[in-house]
Design a binder for this molecule. Structure first.
Ligand code: GTP
Ligand code: MG
Length: 136
């Protein structure tokens, strides 16, 4: 079965949305196989977001991810990578479809970086790379 890395980002944890996010994942029929609350280090976050290095939002994105604890999870199930990204909704929370995590629970707060509650790996290669980064 396929695995993906899910993060509840600092905004989601600070707003007390962790339980709702995990409940939606489980209600969809996926299984949690690893779960932890961590205050990530800069080096780990820079590796995690390697593909965005050099973009204007890279610095603010890393600072935002350093601003508080995150919940990291490995989630398992057939086609879970696609399935979780569909549950999460599109990147921009203001316009993400209602019914999705970002669409129902997120919005633009006028900050430099989109605070969009969750992260989910976008391919099998990213998933294995990111699970290695967060869970060793
Ligand atoms: P993740 O699941 O977090 O990877 O989101 P994503 O795959 O929908 O977005 P992407 O990987 O393209 O970007 C990673 C994160 O950077 C996003 O979730 C946003 O928090 C932030 N981000 C992406 N694009 C922009 C942008 O154009 N401007 C700003 N300010 N932030 C962005
Ligand atoms: Mg991404």
């Amino acid at each position: 079965t396929e695995r993906t890395l899910v993060l509840v980002k600092p905004d989601g944890v600070a707003r007390g949305l962790t339980g709702q996010v995990l409940a939606r994942i489980e209600a969809k029929g996926y299984r949690l196989v690893e779960l932890k609350l961590v205050h990530a280090e800069r080096a780990l976050l820079e590796r995690h977001y390697e593909e965005h290095r050099g973009k204007p939002f890279f610095g603010p994105l890393v600072e935002f991810m350093l601003s508080g604890p995150v919940v990291a999870a490995v989630v398992e199930g057939h086609r879970v990578i696609e399935g979780f990204r569909s549950l999460a909704g599109s990147t921009e929370p203001t316009t993400a479809a209602p019914g999705t995590i970002r669409g129902d629970l997120g919005r633009d707060w006028g900050e430099q970086v989109q605070q969009n509650i969750v992260h989910g790996s976008d391919s099998p290669e990213s998933a294995e790379r990111e699970i290695g980064i967060w869970f060793g």
